[in-house]
Design a protein around this ligand. Structure first.
Ligand SMILES: Nc1ncnc2c1ncn2[C@@H]1O[C@H](COP(=O)(O)OP(=O)(O)OP(=O)(O)O)[C@@H](O)[C@H]1O
Ligand SMILES: [Zn+2]
Length: 821
């Protein structure tokens, strides 16, 4: 026991708990629980624990029988009224920690709603000497901004970090501290989110005395008599002057005002219940197989249904089946634009039983949705990838819509794939997983082929609607054309004209935003490149700026050529911004809108565009891959694919798969209503099998070709991969560390015959060699079996011989990487 222990007499009866801390450390730590907290401590609770010289958030994993010999510290406090996740989810989090090689405490931190963690925060301030010396010493823009900020007073570290974005340097701060120019002090920072409370009114006056009251006061009491206690904000809908009135009535003792905790509600007005259509015979068959499986143990189905085959209706009916068996339902959707569509469908069927979890919500809203799930107040959760962590108990069904979508891959600190986690969670919970898509990932289709998943097909669109007719336009025929004529072909413009005459809608797809993406100096031929990335800049007309699509760097478009100084920069190439301008010129009276990352940056902008499309206030929608996803708009009868080849030539073995999926998906937006659809698909490679298969809407033809290629080259799904990425500002340091990892890897491989089956590729410079001034190198490790592969990488990065990176060099591990550049 430590000298600090305030309860020494109780030493050996101490309750001990194992805790994971929210720090980059793999261990589990044992703490004692002080007597006062003993009744309340439970698995899944967040606690505040001392750790080294700091205090941090921890999560109770379980109870420990024995204390390690070393000094034992005590939990300092419990952070929430209840556990934030059910104990039954711990094996799931542990699996994630093991498989993705990420510390459990950080897994939990990533899984729980953001903004609630409490930890020490460092307060930085200038010393007297620093105040004198530093204004001279600060070099980078970030350093200057920091000194400027600190000269106005002490400041929290995260605020300083944010001042200059990528320029931030921990080393600089440490040096300043060593030289005595700044000091750091620990303070306890609170979680940002508090429960929301509202003023509620409760009637007090006996009905008999009401005659003497004024008419408004009587009206207010009448409403309360009918509805019970009400929030003042809700009362205003009945009595506009309620706020003022309530205050005066409270003073006269006629009503009581009290604060009550309420949920922040992102759902808005209720949606009118829908009228479920009778399932088609195909839907019926699909439902019989999958519905009967719910509640009877783990199974995964791959639902392959052509675009417009009514997969959503299948999901809805399966969800109803799961609810009837008193289990809960998790629905994953790749992105926010689709969540609104799916949310609408589920709320129309299931009303208030639905919770939402996605990044479009405020932190407070998300926490409240989390609590509703946690408290068993809802039975269905819909959300983007992070919703896989929804704290349900008794899960019966997990649906992953558009399962092929790369958006399920989380990049950043904890790298996971929510689609894969859906299968893991279903297995652990003995639930049914349904992965749905018109264009499944090769991985999932292969899993169905070898019997890991069960495949269910929907071959036809509902109501015998035809698949769109696809016309392929060979762009090499138009090589001699200039400007807009090169991409706005006769086939396309005739189609658009016809559509507009019929008052139908057009979708034009181009997988590149901006105005011009090839900026070439007219005098010397130099391409205009980002200062901080090895990537060309794109011209954006609306902001009249050159922008980098990787780091966000932006400079005024008047800039001169970096090589010869000429200000004549040719703007070649085409992006959605230019396409929209061209099409507007050609069809001046058409209502043209654009949907890409530039036009949807502001909160709510995306939903606004989709609403206008639904209400037919847009005639022609121009967009990037955002428009390709499962949208269902009945009046779109023409889809134009401006240049199908853009994604084909990327240095990534999945380029063919992505291109096929993108084309088949965007084509599938046409002709979903009563009127038949047409697609004009323009390409320089009309014979490439990704393109012919998309033209024929033939998934299996694509699969047969692609799977052969993967097998021949030993790519997934025939192998598994782990990518190790080494990044940092110091190029030499990055290369040196990458080489050291490569050497360590080779040595490990030679030492252990079990590693003979692994292939080490690299270390090599990444295809995107520099982003935001960080040099990037990588090591790719391939192997036929997960166990050996993972053991190897673990040893390479965390084993006794693992090389330690110098400060400023980061090593990130990406298991089952999706982005290889
Ligand atoms: N049984 C049915 N009877 C009539 N209409 C239906 C039926 N099932 C679904 N629909 C309608 O068919 C349309 C297409 O369905 P849905 O959007 O679910 O297709 P999908 O299979 O998800 O396609 P995609 O893969 O392109 O997203 C929707 O408008 C839906 O309301
Ligand atoms: Zn850049």
């Amino acid at each position: 026991m430590t000298a600090r222990d305030p309860f020494p007499s109780e030493a050996r009866d101490d309750l001990l708990v194992e805790v994971a801390v929210a720090l980059p450390l793999f261990g589990r730590y044992t703490y004692a629980v002080p007597a006062a907290l003993r009744e309340m401590v439970a698995v899944g609770r967040r606690v505040l624990v001392p750790f080294g010289r700091r205090r941090v958030t921890g999560y109770v994993l379980g109870f420990a029988a024995d204390a390690p010999a070393a000094a034992l510290k005590q939990i300092e406090g419990l952070l929430d009224p209840d556990p934030l996740f059910p104990a039954a989810m711990l094996p799931f989090f542990q699996w994630i920690s093991d498989y993705y090689m990420h510390p459990l405490g950080e897994v939990l931190q990533a899984a729980l709603p953001t903004g609630i963690n409490v930890a020490d925060q460092q307060l930085v301030s200038l010393t007297d000497e620093g105040r004198e010396v530093l204004p001279e010493q600060a070099r980078t823009p970030w350093e200057r901004a920091v000194v400027e900020r600190l000269s106005r007073g002490a400041c929290r570290l995260p605020v300083l970090q944010r001042l200059g974005g990528d320029d931030f340097s921990r080393t600089a701060l440490q040096q300043w501290e060593q030289k005595g120019w700044v000091t750091r002090q620990n303070t306890l920072g609170g979680g940002r989110i508090r429960p929301k409370t509202e003023r509620f009114v409760r009637p007090l006056t006996e009905p008999a005395s009401q005659e003497r009251l004024s008419a408004p006061r009587r009206a207010l009491l009448a409403v309360l008599a009918q509805r019970g206690a009400m929030a003042v904000s809700a009362l205003k809908a009945h009595i506009p002057t309620a706020a003022d009135l309530v205050r005066r009535m409270a003073a006269d003792g006629q009503v009581a005002i009290e604060w009550r905790a309420v949920y922040r509600d992102p759902l808005g007005a209720p949606i009118t219940p829908d009228n479920p259509p009778a399932p088609t015979p195909e839907q019926q068959r699909a439902l019989e197989g999958m519905g009967a499986a719910i509640g009877k143990g783990y199974r995964t189905f791959l639902l392959v249904g052509v675009t417009g085959s009514g997969k959503t209706e299948v999901y809805l009916r399966l969800a109803a089946e799961a609810l009837a068996r008193h289990t809960t339902v998790l629905v994953l959707v790749p992105e926010i634009a689709l969540i609104t569509q799916t949310e609408r469908a589920f709320r129309a069927r299931f009303g208030r039983q639905v919770a939402l979890l996605h990044s479009g919500l405020s932190d407070g809203e998300r926490l409240d949705q989390w609590q509703r799930i946690r408290n068993g107040e809802v039975a269905i959760a819909i959300g983007a990838r992070s919703a896989i962590f929804a704290p349900f108990e008794q899960i019966g069904l997990i649906i992953v819509d558009e399962e092929h979508d790369d958006a399920y891959k989380q990049e950043g600190a904890l790298r996971y794939n929510a689609r894969d986690l859906a299968v893991v969670r279903a297995r652990q919970a003995e639930a049914v997983a349904v992965l749905g898509s018109a264009t499944p990932s090769l991985q999932s289709a292969y899993n169905a082929q070898i019997g890991k998943f069960e495949r269910i097909n929907l071959f036809e669109r509902v109501d015998q609607r035809r698949m769109p007719e696809i016309f392929v336009q060979d762009l090499t025929d138009l090589r001699e054309e200039r400007g807009s004529r090169r991409f706005l072909t006769a086939a396309l413009t005739e189609g658009v004209r016809h559509c507009l005459e019929q008052k139908e809608q057009v979708l034009l797809f181009l997988n590149r935003r901006g105005f011009a993406n090839a900026l070439i100096c007219a005098a010397c031929g130099q391409a205009v490149q980002c200062d901080r990335c090895d990537i060309s800049l794109t011209y954006h007309q609306q902001s009249n700026a050159y922008k980098c699509h990787y780091c966000g760097f932006s400079q005024a478009a008047v800039a001169r050529c970096s090589r010869c100084g000429s200000n004549r920069i040719n703007r070649l190439g085409i992006g959605t911004e230019k396409l929209a301008a061209w099409i507007q010129e050609l069809f001046p009276t058409a209502r043209v809108a654009r949907m890409d990352r530039d036009t949807t940056r502001r909160k709510g902008a995306l939903v606004k565009i989709l609403k206008a499309l639904r209400e037919r206030r847009i005639d022609i929608l121009v967009g990037t891959q955002m428009v390709a996803k499962g949208h269902d708009y009945p009046y779109i009868t023409l889809v134009g694919i401006i240049c199908a080849d853009l994604s084909l030539s990327l240095p990534d073995f999945r380029a063919g798969e992505r291109t096929f999926q993108l084309l088949a998906q965007v084509a599938g937006r046409a002709g979903r209503g009563q009127r038949p659809g047409r697609v004009v698909l323009q390409t320089y490679n009309p014979l490439h099998f990704s393109i012919t298969a998309a033209r024929d809407q033939d998934y299996d033809a694509f699969y047969r070709q692609e799977i052969q290629f993967r097998q021949a080259l030993g790519y997934p799904p025939f192998t598994r991969m782990v990518q190790v990425r080494i990044t940092g500002r110091d190029q030499k340091g990055v290369i040196a560390h990458a080489r050291r990892l490569g050497e360590t890897g080779s040595a490990l491989q030679q030492a252990d015959p079990a590693y003979g089956e692994l292939v080490l590729l690299g270390p090599i410079e990444a295809a995107l060699a520099r982003i935001a001034d960080h040099h990037r190198w990588q090591l790719l490790i391939k192997g036929p079996r997960v166990a050996a592969l993972h053991r190897f990488v673990h040893q390479l990065l965390f084993g006794p011989d693992a090389p330690t990176p110098k400060s400023g060099i980061r090593v990130a591990v990406d298991v089952d990487p999706v982005f290889l550049m």
